[in-house]
Design a protein around this ligand. Structure first.
Ligand code: NAD
Length: 484
């Protein structure tokens, strides 16, 4: 593909190859072809980006939220104008179907627009006092320079959820996208530049993840780090944050259960569960990972799930009819294989899929067939670790208390789903599930106006909604004595 000028780092308002001479090839996971090479940044580049963000902070934080909103809304408009071009980049570097990439870009623009407005409502408080000669204000101010580290599976939304509220709040940012998928992030930064963002306010660096993030943790001017990624890396970063008591948000892994009760429309429940499971080929932190189905509807549900799964069209994401693309890389593919082999060795039965697809089209790329498994036990990897791929384990249940206990049994607590029409079941189960989000007939709970985030080892902090803005604000109490 043609090399865009902006396939570079963006530091202090300029596109740059940085101080090193190393390049990193960006690979199309559907074909294993090199899409383009990008500069691989160095710790010096990361330091320069922090310098720029620190310099820009004073002026940017002093603008009114109305002035910042003009730029952020313009960026949202540009993202919408360039939607088709950026969605194509996303499909090339992530492999996801183009129709999913388009939706992600629409939502990405929504984050910028929504936070441009929401920051205008960063109201303080005047707190009633018990001593007549005192007055108390509480104000919320931008935290300072923010560093963001984001993964590859939603390269636009996971970035926008961080930098839109941070910029709207008055913070300046340094972002490090995933090393495999920097192109969409670069295209978004180009929109910010063209929208008139002052230099240094938002900076983008590439490079070896641990080396670049070490710069963020070591620099006292970086006041907050917001990370989305695996629980394994989140744990490492939390240790590093303790050195300077650095503020941290962690959006980590998940292992979402789906509870299907017997009163549902079985066909609809099966169809929607299949659509949700294989979205982005199962590479979603809130992907349904364990599907608990009431035994009264078990046979019917399983039959329909297998039928809908077999109808999914696998192929290159650029094809408009593709439902399921490849996995992100060889590691991702091998992990899926390992999980299926482990399940089968422990007694699971494969109802469909369970192998790499055959055919010329799949000779290159990281492909695995959409897979449905039954005879699942708790000791299988699919029951307790994130598979992050197209594998759907189905588990029968008969007792509500037992299924809630099993659903809550992993260390994760990101999302859970509930399919029922019964009001009392809904209230009871929603209140007892140990997750940050519950989707009731809704497999896409992430949206810019509501908080997204996990509990337990799925992390802490929220993205989206007013809560997502507060992540980038510090609270100051101003106490005034009048009779001095
Ligand atoms: P990962 O943790 O390996 O990578 C995420 C980011 O961290 C990338 O930018 C990567 O370059 C960087 N990174 C990797 N190793 C690092 C290190 N040692 N030090 C500093 N940075 C490092 O995650 P992944 O496996 O590529 O992504 C998928 C994971 O992300 C899954 O666990 C998924 O559930 C999770 N995720 C969570 C959410 C959420 O909102 N909770 C959303 C999407 C993905």
């Amino acid at each position: 593909m043609e090399r865009a000028d902006y396939f570079r780092m963006f530091i202090d308002g300029e596109w740059t190859d940085g101080s090193g001479d190393k390049k990193r090839p960006i690979i199309n996971p559907a074909t294993e072809e090199v899409i383009v090479e990008v500069p691989d940044g160095t710790p010096e580049d990361a330091k320069r980006a922090v310098d720029a963000a620190a310099r820009a902070f004073r002026e940017w934080s002093r603008l009114t939220p109305y002035d910042r909103a003009v730029i952020l809304k313009k960026a949202a408009d540009l993202i919408r104008e360039r939607l088709e071009e950026i969605a194509k980049l996303m499909t090339l570097e992530v492999g996801k179907p183009i129709k999913e990439s388009r939706v992600e870009m629409q939502v990405c623009a929504g984050y910028f627009e929504w936070y441009a407005e929401e920051a205008k409502r960063n109201y303080g408080e005047l707190v009633p006092q018990w001593i007549p000669s005192k007055r108390h204000w509480v104000i919320r101010q931008p935290v300072g320079v923010v560093a963001t580290i984001t993964p590859w599976n939603f390269p636009a939304n996971l970035l926008a959820r961080k930098i839109a509220p941070a910029l709207a709040a008055g913070c300046t940012v340094v972002s490090k996208p995933d090393h495999r998928t920097p192109l969409v992030a670069m295209a978004i930064f180009k929109c910010l530049q063209d929208a008139g963002l002052p230099k240094g306010v938002a900076n983008l660096v590439t490079g070896e993840p641990a080396e670049i993030s070490a710069v963020f943790f070591a620099d006292e001017r970086v006041r907050k780090i917001s990370f989305t990624g695996s629980t394994r890396v989140g744990r490492l970063l939390m240790q590093q944050a303790s050195e300077q008591i650095k503020r941290l948000s962690l959006e980590l892994g998940g292992h979402a259960p789906v509870l299907v009760f017997p009163d549902v429309d079985v066909d609809k429940a099966a169809k929607w569960t299949v659509q949700a499971k294989f979205r982005n080929n199962g590479q979603t932190c809130i992907s349904p990972n364990r599907i608990y189905v009431h035994e009264q509807i078990w046979d019917n549900f399983v039959e329909r799930v297998v039928d809908y799964t077999k109808r999914l069209k696998m192929g290159n994401g650029l094809d408009e009819n593709t439902d399921v693309g490849p996995l992100i890389d060889r590691n991702g593919l091998e992990k899926v294989e390992r999980h299926v082999q482990d399940a089968v060795a422990k007694g699971a039965k494969v109802l469909c899929g369970g192998k790499r697809p055959e055919g010329e089209q799949f000779k290159r790329g990281y492909w695995y067939e959409p897979t449905v498994l039954v005879n699942i036990t708790r000791d299988m990897l699919v029951s307790c670790e994130e598979t992050f791929g197209p594998v759907m384990p189905l588990i029968p249940f008969s007792d509500k208390d037992e299924v809630i206990e099993w659903a809550n049994s992993t260390p994760y607590g990101l999302a859970a789903y509930l399919l029922t029409y019964d009001f009392r079941t809904l209230i009871d189960v929603v209140e007892r599930l140990e997750t940050g989000m519950v989707g009731v007939w809704d497999f896409a709970p992430a949206t810019f106006q509501c908080p997204f985030g996990g509990i337990k080892q799925s992390g802490f902090g929220a993205e989206g909604g007013w809560e997502g803005l507060k992540e980038y604000l510090v609270t100051k109490h101003v106490s005034i004595v009048l009779d001095y």
